[in-house]
Design a protein around this ligand. Structure first.
Ligand SMILES: N#Cc1c(-c2ccc3ccn(Cc4ccncc4)c3c2)n[nH]c1N
Length: 228
């Protein structure tokens, strides 16, 4: 997979050189390009924004630099991801789907957003998905892009050493994950649930599923399958 990020804050993504994605990049599983949108401007001040038509507060990102940046980055296989407060909520299912793609381009807006014609222009030639990280307001697309890249990157085949560990996480089977414990078996007078020390794999699996249901009922009843 190749990921390209278009942003006016390229240094924000320096952290992607370390951790899991850093290793995936070293191993050639994920290629990453971070591009400064201002490199696609031609005025002395490298201007990327202007006042909104129709008036209103704030500034809008000019279409010209975005058009040139997209022309330099898109391929027919690209999926353009536009982080936006008006987007479709990001989910584990979306991360799983996007992890199968060959090329993702993240367009990190700032100010009041990107001139709508840029998104419409891209949608004429490639798949475009406007995605929201959640129902709260950020100042730009960079934080959302970082979160999405982490959620997607860890699902790309070969990135995580033990793929089985991905199957028992929150949201993987639609439920929240069961509680986890490690040594010591008693800590500050609190003991690990005895079933986990029993060696009875079926009893442990049943207990863990029941814990997922109980935690989901308590914290996220909206995720419960019908009848649970
Ligand atoms: N994903 C995502 C987001 C964003 C988000 C994403 C991109 C941009 C670009 C500019 N802004 C600032 C802004 C623009 C319009 N309305 C309010 C704020 C952004 C916010 N906010 N909240 C989320 N869950």
């Amino acid at each position: 997979m190749r990921i390209d990020i278009l942003t006016i804050f390229p240094d924000f993504f320096g952290v992607l050189d370390i951790s899991l994605l850093g290793k995936a990049r070293e191993r050639g599983i994920i290629e990453l390009g971070v591009h400064d949108l201002r490199d696609y401007t031609h005025d002395r001040h490298r201007t990327v924004d202007d006042t909104p038509y129709g008036g209103g507060a704030g500034m809008v990102m000019r279409p010209e630099p975005w058009g040139e940046a997209l022309d330099a980055t898109l391929t027919p296989e690209t999926v353009v991801i536009v982080p936006s407060p008006a987007g479709v909520p990001f989910t584990q299912a979306a991360a799983r789907e996007l992890a199968q793609e060959k090329h993702l381009v993240f367009t990190c807006g700032r100010y009041e957003g990107i001139d709508q014609r840029v998104i419409d222009y891209a949608a004429d030639t490639v798949r475009v998905r406007e995605i929201s990280l959640g129902d709260y307001v950020l100042n730009g697309g960079e934080v959302a892009t970082m979160a999405m890249i982490e959620a997607i990157g860890r699902l790309v085949p070969g990135v995580v050493g033990n793929p089985e560990s991905l199957t028992e996480e929150s949201h993987e089977n639609g439920l929240l994950e069961y509680p986890s414990y490690t040594k010591p078996s008693t800590w500050r007078e609190r003991s690990v649930p005895p079933v986990l020390l029993s060696g009875n794999h079926k009893a442990i699996a049943d207990w863990r599923y029941e814990q997922q249901l109980e935690r989901t009922r308590r914290v996220r009843p909206d995720l419960l399958p019908d009848g649970e």
